[in-house]
Design a protein around this ligand. Sequence first.
Ligand SMILES: Nc1ncnc2c1ncn2[C@@H]1O[C@H](COP(=O)(O)OP(=O)(O)OP(=O)(O)O)[C@@H](O)[C@H]1O
Ligand SMILES: [Mg+2]
Length: 484
Amino acid sequence: MFARYRKDTSIKPVPAAPVQDAPKPKVAPSPSSAAPQPAPATRQEARKAARADVPDKIAQRRLRINALKSDLHKRLLEDLNLAALEKASEAEVRAEISAIVAEALSEFDVVLNHDERMMLNHDLYFEVMGLGPLEPLLGDDTINDILVNGPKQIFIERAGKLELSDVTFRDDRHLMRIVDKVVSAVGRRVDESNPYVDARLADGSRFNAMVAPVAVDGALVSIRKFKKEKLGIQDLVDFGAFSPEMALYLEAAVATRLNVIVSGGTGSGKTTTLNALSSFIGNEERVLTIEDTAELQLQQIHVGRMESRPANMEGKGAVTQRDCLRNALRMRPDRIIVGETRGEEVIDMLQAMNTGHDGSMTTIHANNARDGISRLENMVAMAGLEMPLRAVRSQIGSAVNLIVQVSRLQDGSRRMMSITEITGMEGEIITMQEIFRFERTGLEPGGKIVGHFTATGLRSSFAERFARWGYDLPATLYEPTGPR
Ligand SMILES: Nc1ncnc2c1ncn2[C@@H]1O[C@H](COP(=O)(O)OP(=O)(O)OP(=O)(O)O)[C@@H](O)[C@H]1O
Ligand SMILES: [Mg+2]
């Protein structure tokens, strides 16, 4: 029934090595090993050898099954018609794999118990159809990031903390095969002359790989998992990322179309915050989003999404964020959201913010609001715009209304450290005032950071604007509070 997924079955595949011939593990050789052992020279050595011979049966068996898996995988790749498999259902593929495996096992004269056989079929399905050993990690919703440092070291991030997983690849080639699989699925290539690549996995996760020789110890892969359920404003308040008062203020700021920049370090929650803030945008507005890798999931009805594209192998066909942004200005947007501003597109972003597309938002990599402004200045300078610093600053000062600073603290928690308004220019200096901040008060013995959110006591310079738009925030919102 499933033979249609096999290649020409009249061709006998090269039999895979039986389990007995599988590469022997370097640790604790099996006592049944037929290879003659050289006689130990001293009694001490003999004792040592005997100890090493104590069979760790489970580990041995696992190593053998791994070797068997590798052989079976090779056979599956030889036997299966991968092109036909693409159209097959999951059940059909699983059944076909299971049939080929059963055939091979009886040929090799290997007996596996039910659980081992199920596990083997399961793993082989992931090898053939998915990302091999990474699949269980991709399927685990508590994991945010997967970071591969060569074949034998895979870290994961859970609840803001990095931990080493017990998942490994067999070897460099195994890892590279998975990388190639992802990259070729999006029509790209990664090799010595093209050593790094960005891609998106079928489930929407962000994928970046860098391979040898630039990656010194084997391919480096970073995956930011795609969350189907994006964190909303209420979730973030519940997690302690910011206070309900800050949420009220942010609602007024976004709804009254202030231009907002979310600033933070890598993995600090910038995109998550931007996505949550976008929930305050009205349904009657036309929103255009521009990203390098589409991660934002806006809930509004009227959203146009754009994704930039790198050049192809001939170095042609690149569509930059700046290209998207320039085109977006001709697409009658009410608001433009750029996932992350990191280069020359800053000029068009500032121009858009200054010329009627207020309510636009973006993120930048910076450590605090002041630093964020310097980053913007630097990006303008790098874009090659010959403009005196004062003019650049006045562009930034009038374009940006609000900088929201997010951070991942050392205890793994992600918090909004400050909300700062840009109030104007004084001479050459952009003036700003902080409205809310996270006040750190101590450190618990377990390493947990203690602190609370508070207003600074300064009234928003946009209070009248908020009131005009029907967001009459109470004056008490701006009063400092202690720990709750
Ligand atoms: N307040 C929060 N509480 C718990 N998890 C969070 C919080 N904010 C973000 N996260 C999770 O942290 C991870 C990183 O978040 P996000 O992608 O928003 O960071 P980023 O700053 O945009 O990262 P990058 O610099 O890589 O673009 C995500 O998996 C996200 O779901
Ligand atoms: Mg991001």
